[in-house]
Design a protein around this ligand. Structure first.
Ligand SMILES: *Cc1c(COP(=O)(O)O)cnc(C)c1O
Length: 461
C-alpha cells in the first residue's frame, strides 16, 4: 500500500515511512492510496474472533510488508496486553437501542491508548531493525500526551517530548505526563492553548534543518498509524450488535477529527454504518461546518471536556482531500486560506458530500453535566464529560438503527466535572492509586519556536 500526501507535493511513502514521518514535507497528511474493501463474509467472521485477531485482519492490508505476519501478531498482542478488560474495548447497553463502547481500559484511561500502545510497539520494532533513533515531539490537549508517555517511556530508540497547554489540562492528565521517571520522556508546559501547541508542532515540522538534525517524528493523530488502529473498534463493536446484517450508527465525541475519521475509514472498507455523528462541545467548529459549509476558526473556549477544546481540527484535512476528489492543490488552497484568514467555504458539491457522510450535534457544559447526572441516577453509569457529550448528542439524534456512542475516557480522569455533576468522585484504578503522591517533572516553555527547539536539543540523550 502506498501513502500519498493530502497536499499532493510530497513523495509517496510506504507504511513504515509514513508512520515514522508523521507530517508530510509539503505540510500535508499521509493517507492510503485507496481503502481496501472487505467482503461481507470476512466482516461476518469477526464475530467469532478476538480483538487482536480482528485488529490483525483489518490492519494487515495497510501495513504491506513492514512486518511479517508473526511479528505483527506479536506486536498487536504486546500492545493490548496492558489493557485491563479482556475484551479490550467492551460495550455496555444504555437503553434498548443505545450502546456505550468503552475505550478507556488502557494504561492511561483514554481511547488514545488503543492507538498509542500499538504505535509504541511498531516504532520500537521498525527502528530496532533499522538501527535508528528518532525524536518524537507531540502536542496534546491532555490525553494523547499521557498515552504517548506511557507507550514510549524507557524505549532506547526514542526521545519523546510532549507539549501541553500550561494550566489547561486536568490534574490527572498533567500528573500522568509529569510523573514518569524514565529519562527519555519529557513534559513541556507551553504558555498558550492547545492550538498554540499544535501550531508550534507544525512549524517545527516545517523547519527542515531542525527536522533532519533531530530526526523528528510525530505521533499526533495526524500520524496515519493512529487512525488505522482506531478503525478496528468500529468493526468489533458493530459486529457485536449485528453488523454486517444490520446497519449501525456511531456518535463520536470529536476534537481533532481523528477518532471519527477512523469511523469514516471503516465505512469505506465496507462496514455498513448508517450514520456517523460528530459530537462537539462548545468549541463547535466541526458542527458549524456541517450546518453551514463554512469552516471558520474562533477562539478556544475552555470547557469541562478539555480534550475537545480545539478549533483547528487537523484530521479534517484528510476528509477534505476526499471531498475534493483527492485534489492536493485544492486542499492546499483551502488550508492556506484557513491559516491566513481563519476560514474557508466548501463548494456545494463538497458540502453535499459532507452532509451525506456525517451528522453533527453540539453539547454545552450544562447539557454535559445533565447527561452525567442522568445516567448516574438512572443506572449508576458514570460517564466522563467527553463520553457524556457523545451520549447527549446520541439522544437527540436517535433513529431506527442501533446507536453506539464512543466512551473516550474513564471518569476518574476528570474527577472535578464528574463530582460537580453527580456528587461522586470516581476512584482511580489500582495501578494509578498513588498518582497524586508521585514527584512531578516538567519544563516551562514560552510559545516560541526557537526557545522550544533549544530545549529539545538540550534534552536529547
Ligand atoms: C482526544 C480525545 C477526544 C477527541 O478525539 P479526536 O480524535 O481528537 O477527535 C475525545 N475525548 C477524549 C477523552 C480524548 O482524549
Amino acid at each position: 500500500m502506498k501513502y500519498v500526501s493530502t497536499r499532493g507535493k510530497a513523495p509517496d511513502l510506504n507504511f513504515e515511512e509514513a508512520m515514522l514521518t508523521g507530517l508530510a514535507r509539503d505540510g500535508g497528511l499521509y493517507v492510503p492510496e485507496e481503502y481496501p474493501l472487505l467482503s461481507v463474509q470476512q466482516i461476518s467472521s469477526f464475530s467469532t474472533k478476538s480483538y487482536e485477531e480482528v485488529a490483525f485482519e483489518i490492519m494487515k492490508p495497510f501495513i504491506g510488508d513492514t512486518f511479517s505476519d508473526d511479528e505483527f501478531k506479536r506486536i498487536i498482542k504486546t500492545a493490548y496486553s496492558g489493557f485491563s478488560h479482556r475484551a479490550k474495548c467492551p460495550m455496555v447497553q444504555l437503553s434498548e437501542n443505545h450502546f456505550l463502547l468503552e475505550l478507556f481500559h488502557g494504561p492511561t484511561l483514554a481511547f488514545k491508548d488503543v492507538a498509542m500502545q500499538l504505535i509504541g510497539q511498531m516504532f520500537e520494532a521498525a527502528l530496532k531493525r533499522r538501527g535508528e533513533k528518532v525524536t518524537i515531539v507531540g502536542a496534546t490537549s491532555g490525553d494523547t500526551g499521557s498515552a504517548a508517555m506511557e507507550a514510549f517511556k524507557g524505549l532506547d530508540s526514542v526521545d519523546l517530548f510532549i507539549m501541553y497547554p500550561h494550566g489547561r489540562v486536568s490534574e490527572v492528565q498533567r500528573r500522568q505526563m509529569t510523573t514518569p521517571q524514565e529519562t527519555n520522556v519529557h513534559a513541556l508546559a507551553v504558555d498558550g492553548d492547545f492550538d498554540t501547541c499544535q501550531a508550534l508542532l507544525k512549524d517545527m515540522f516545517n523547519d527542515f534543518d531542525f527536522r533532519d538534525e533531530v530526526r523528528l517524528a510525530g505521533v499526533n493523530s495526524i500520524n496515519w498509524a493512529r487512525v488505522l488502529a482506531q478503525v478496528v473498534y468500529y468493526f468489533t463493536s458493530a459486529v457485536a450488535i449485528g453488523a454486517p446484517n444490520r446497519k449501525v450508527s456511531f456518535s463520536v465525541p470529536t476534537g481533532n477529527f481523528g477518532d471519527i475519521f477512523a469511523g469514516y475509514v471503516a465505512k469505506k472498507m465496507g462496514l455498513p454504518i448508517d450514520r456517523l455523528i460528530i459530537a462537539t462541545n462548545q468549541n463547535d467548529i466541526l458542527h458549524r461546518t456541517v450546518k453551514t459549509g463554512n469552516h471558520t476558526k474562533s477562539e478556544v473556549k475552555p470547557s469541562i471536556s478539555p480534550s475537545m477544546d480545539i478549533q483547528v481540527s487537523s484530521n479534517f484535512e484528510r476528509l477534505i482531500f476526499d471531498l475534493y476528489q483527492r485534489d492536493g492543490s485544492k486542499v492546499t488552497e483551502l488550508f492556506d486560506a484557513l491559516k491566513n484568514d481563519g476560514t474557508f467555504t466548501l463548494s456545494n458539491e463538497a458540502n453535499n458530500q459532507l452532509i451525506n457522510e456525517f451528522d453533527s450535534g453540539c453539547c454545552s457544559d450544562i447539557e454535559t453535566i445533565q447527561a452525567i447526572k442522568k445516567y448516574h441516577r438512572s443506572m449508576g453509569e458514570i460517564l466522563c464529560p467527553h463520553s457524556a457529550i457523545g451520549v447527549s448528542v446520541s439522544e437527540d439524534q436517535m433513529g431506527k438503527s442501533p446507536m453506539i456512542t464512543l466512551a473516550t475516557a474513564h471518569p476518574a480522569k476528570f474527577p472535578d466535572a464528574v463530582q460537580k455533576a453527580c456528587g461522586v468522585i470516581p476512584d482511580l484504578p489500582s495501578h494509578m492509586a498513588d498518582l497524586y503522591d508521585r514527584d512531578e517533572r516538567m519544563t516551562r516553555v514560552p510559545g516560541d519556536l526557537n526557545a522550544l527547539e533549544a530545549i529539545i536539543r538540550k534534552g536529547i540523550k
